[in-house]
Design a protein around this ligand. Structure first.
Ligand code: FES
Length: 199
């Protein structure tokens, strides 16, 4: 005796209802997007984002979204800034000369890659295949990093490493430094990301 006609019928129904669910989810997403407020739509399209950095303390990082991308703001400590000069020979592009128009605005083509040396502003997306690197601010030996690590970021996808200025180390899958987005300071505590005409 065989139950196979029943079993195969049941299986067909399960597959069909799975597909119906997927189509339903697609239809749900459209009205959800259309409920965005005008300001949210402008933001998604690339409007500048204003950030209050008053509470950001040395050694801390803030992440904001701009054009759908994570932008990191790090207030570097004097020790982290001092370390930048010590490992230049190990970096692929220490002076940020590659793709300058794309990756490093003129006002950030310096060792700290910043307008204000203590404040790093970079897009947190790896230049290899687009993963978001993890913070590895603590200097010294630790898993997946060299013993003389001086603090920075580690991309978990394929092991690219970046220093505390978002500069990529040599001989890693990522070819380029992290992108410094257009930005400017409106005051000591207000940062505008996405616009830099007055910078
Ligand atoms: S995506 Fe970062 S190393 Fe590959």
């Amino acid at each position: 005796m065989s139950n196979s006609p029943v079993d195969s019928g049941k299986r067909t129904w399960l597959i069909a209802s799975g597909c119906a669910g997927a189509v339903g989810a697609g239809f749900v997403a459209v009205p959800f997007v259309s409920t965005f407020q005008p300001s949210e739509r402008a933001r998604a399209a690339g409007a500048p984002v204003e950030v209050d950095i008053a509470a950001l303390r040395p050694g801390e990082k803030l992440t904001v979204e701009w054009r759908g991308k994570p932008v990191w703001i790090v207030r570097r400590t004097p020790e982290q800034l001092a370390a930048l000069a010590k490992h230049e020979a190990e970096l692929a592009d220490p002076k940020s000369q590659r793709k300058p128009d794309e990756l490093t605005p003129a006002y950030a083509r310096n060792e700290a890659r910043a307008i204000k040396p203590e404040l790093l502003v970079v897009v947190g997306i790896c230049s290899h295949l687009g993963c978001s690197p993890s913070d590895r601010f603590q200097p010294g030996a630790q898993p997946s990093l060299p013993d003389d690590w001086s603090g920075g970021f580690l991309c978990p996808c394929h092991g690219s490493t970046f220093d505390m200025a978002g500069r990529v180390y040599k001989n890693k899958p990522a070819p380029d430094n992290l992108e410094v987005p257009p930005h400017m300071y409106l005051s000591d505590s207000r940062l505008l990301i996405g616009e830099d005409k007055k910078a």
